[in-house]
Design a protein around this ligand. Structure first.
Ligand code: AMP
Length: 170
């Protein structure tokens, strides 16, 4: 399936100079959404995944469905102040601005196999921060899944050593 035609480019959002890759135009088409989920599922079927970590907020959309299909748990990596119990935090730089992400301290047990999921890989800071959080909890990262990768931002370099999958490249 030609996934590219389902992604909408929104220039100057959320600030001037950024071309925002809008995935809502893919999510609302059932066949395109199913196709993406199945691509991710195929990669990790039978790989003994214990937890999918979805990155707020678009990573939740893919991550929840994927966890259901793989028969594993789902863990949200959230922005500060959203998770109610004890958390660990990592700060990172974004393509636009800075941010912090958190995980509950008991979200992942030592040695559990983890797949991290987000919609898009840009500079890689977000996924790198989540990978650090997972490793602080002694999770074993099997891979990191993205729908879209912005190749020109070289996010992969920050994620050197991890198995990265993305299905659409710009
Ligand atoms: P980064 O940390 O630079 O890899 O940024 C990745 C995160 O920011 C993902 O959660 C994306 O949803 C979001 N993001 C960054 N740049 C874009 C973009 N051009 N279009 C859509 N989302 C973006």
């Amino acid at each position: 399936m030609e996934l590219e035609k389902f992604i909408r480019d929104v220039p100057d959002f959320p600030q001037k100079g950024i071309i925002f890759k809008d995935i809502t135009t893919l999510l609302k088409e059932k066949e395109a959404f199913q196709h993406v989920i199945h691509l991710m599922e195929e990669k990790y079927k039978g790989k003994h995944v214990h937890k999918i970590v979805g990155i707020e907020s678009r990573g939740f959309i893919f991550g929840g469905v994927l966890a259901y299909l793989l028969g594993c748990g789902f863990v949200p990596a959230r922005k500060p102040g959203k998770l109610p119990a004890e958390t660990i935090q990592e700060d990172y730089a974004l393509e636009y601005g800075t941010n912090t992400l958190e995980l509950h301290v008991d979200a992942i047990a030592e040695g559990e196999n983890v797949v991290i999921v987000d919609d898009l890989l840009a500079t890689g800071g977000t996924a790198q921060a989540v990978a650090k959080l997972v490793e602080r909890l002694k999770g074993n990262i099997l891979g990191i899944e993205f729908l879209v990768e912005l190749d020109f931002l070289n996010g992969r370099e920050k994620l050197d050593g991890y198995t990265i999958s993305s299905y659409l490249h710009y």
